[in-house]
Design a protein around this ligand. Structure first.
Ligand code: AMP
Length: 245
């Protein structure tokens, strides 16, 4: 994704057009990012998107965009999804699968994509395979980011997010210049409600029970590439590019 790509079609669905100034890359990369919540997938997705010219498509971002809407603008499915999200639980498969299927245009896009946070269960992965097969597309790779659980909890609990531009910081690893204020746009930073300790425990359990089995699923398809997620974002990014070859 170049900075001119607003991902409007992905975030808002319903045929919303994206910013048309986004230049086409030479190749449409189609990549899935796997890894525990808080491991840094979003940061890596942004860096990869800048470098490869593909779009960062996060299902969590769709829910967070919906949270900013008035309740009467939300479908019943989206209202129920936001309740699951608030508790740190996974949103039921069918709601997420329908939401992605409605945005099939983004999976067909000539810019390619980096899927972040989807699929999260084997059922979602099977549905995604069916959608891709229908369109005659194949994935280039599934990047699986690894880090031990203690470090994941440390990253999640220290994360702070800009209320305006959504840039993320970390109170120790990447503190803002002024405490509580975004370096980029000056808006206040906040702690996502699902980054609080009780929700973190629920999210990590959901990850281990439902999402970790996807590693075996994609390994069988010969797509899985493991990336050590330890260290600074730039080091992780270098490793990710190396495994993409
Ligand atoms: P994320 O930003 O990817 O950590 O997603 C935030 C929250 O959105 C998750 O904790 C879930 O409640 C919900 N969510 C996002 N993607 C999915 C998915 N593929 N399946 C189920 N729930 C999801």
């Amino acid at each position: 994704m170049s900075s001119s790509n607003d991902r409007a079609a992905w975030l808002h669905g319903n045929g919303t057009p994206c910013d048309s100034n986004h230049t086409l890359p030479e190749r449409a990369w189609r990549i899935i990012l796997l890894g525990a919540p808080g491991i840094g997938k979003g940061t890596q997705a942004e860096m990869l998107a800048q470098c490869l010219g593909s779009c960062h498509l996060s299902t969590g971002d769709i829910f967070r965009a919906a949270k900013c809407l008035a309740p009467d603008q939300l479908s019943p499915a989206m209202r129920s999804a936001l309740g699951y999200m608030q508790r740190g639980e996974l949103v039921p498969n069918q709601i997420v699968i329908d939401m992605v299927a409605e945005r099939m245009r983004c999976l067909n896009c000539l810019h390619g994509f980096l899927l972040d946070g989807f699929p999260r269960t084997v059922e979602q992965a099977r549905a995604l395979d069916a959608l891709m097969d229908d369109q005659g597309h194949r994935f280039d790779a599934v990047l699986s980011f690894d880090l031990d659980t203690e470090q994941v909890i440390e990253r999640l609990s220290g994360r702070r997010t800009c209320s305006q531009c959504k840039t993320t910081f970390h109170i120790k690893g990447k503190p803002p210049k002024v405490e509580g204020v975004c370096d980029k746009c000056g808006a206040p930073l906040y702690q996502r409600e699902d980054d609080r300790p009780d929700a973190i425990a629920v999210r990590l359990r959901a990850y281990h029970d439902s999402t970790a089995p996807l590693e075996a699923y994609y390994e069988q398809q010969g797509l899985l590439r493991r990336v050590d997620a330890g260290g600074a974002p730039a080091e992780v990014f270098k490793r990710a590019l190396t495994v993409l070859g």
